[in-house]
Write a protein that binds this ligand. Structure first.
Ligand SMILES: O=C(O)/C=C/C(=O)CC(=O)C(=O)O
Ligand SMILES: [Mg+2]
Length: 219
């Protein structure tokens, strides 16, 4: 580990690599096919937002969705990392929201365009405090939940992931070398829904972490 503090990895300006359609129930709710290989897209580091700051509604959407996800923080970089040693490259985890302008994504999909406007805007990646690896001995079997204004919208287990964390680390690092401080968003379970200005989003992993974010419009 470098002298830098991995618990503040979001300040390092490293990559955010997102996996889509990694839960069959979410792929089905959006009428997508179950993928045979991971679906990848990126967010820039300017997407990060921390508790205490709002999620800002982009001016060009009228259907912003929440997607609660487990984030994997890379502690040791590598290329073509074998599945057998993949977990040695993990420093810890964060709970994340993959905020998605669904109307814009649908339009991009219909035109065959990339998802950048839908997924990569400022504040599109709210994250919790860093969770050291030791606190989640089995990341393939934890429950994630998300409430909007105290009403449960998402509640799923990482055991439902189609592609496991070691598989994703191997797959991604064959194509995009992983570096210390990179974050992998591992996909969302079903229950995604629209949020409005002034809504309060609360998400958690029981006994491990909770986080709360307000939705606002840029003033
Ligand atoms: O293909 C779609 O319509 C939507 C896909 C996503 O937004 C994928 C994710 O980000 C996810 O599954 O977590
Ligand atoms: Mg997602």
């Amino acid at each position: 580990m470098s002298a830098r503090n991995i618990a503040r990895f979001w300040e390092w300006g490293k990559k955010i690599i997102c996996v889509g359609r990694n839960y069959a129930d979410h792929a089905i709710e959006l009428k997508n096919a179950i993928p045979s290989e991971p679906v990848l897209f990126l967010k820039p580091p300017s997407a990060y937002v921390r508790e205490g700051s709002p999620i800002l509604l982009p001016f060009y959407t009228s259907n912003l969705h929440h997607e609660v996800e487990l984030g994997v923080v890379i502690g040791k970089g590598g290329t073509a990392i074998p599945q057998s040693s993949a977990m040695e490259h993990v420093a810890g985890y964060v709970l994340c929201l993959d905020m998605t302008a669904r109307d814009v994504q649908d339009e991009c999909k219909s035109k065959g365009l990339p998802w950048t406007l839908a997924k990569a805007f400022n504040t599109s990646c709210p994250i919790s405090d860093f969770i050291p690896k030791e606190k989640i001995p089995d990341p393939g079997s934890i429950d994630l939940w998300l409430k909007v204004n105290h009403i449960v919208k998402q509640n799923g287990s990482t055991s439902q992931m189609i592609f496991s964390i070691p598989y994703l680390i191997n797959y991604i690092s064959e194509i995009i070398s992983l570096e210390e401080g990179d974050l992998i968003l591992t996909g969302t379970p079903k229950g995604v829904s629209s949020v409005q200005e002034q809504d309060e989003l609360q998400a958690g992993i029981d006994g491990i972490v909770t986080m709360t974010f307000k939705v606002d419009r840029k003033s």
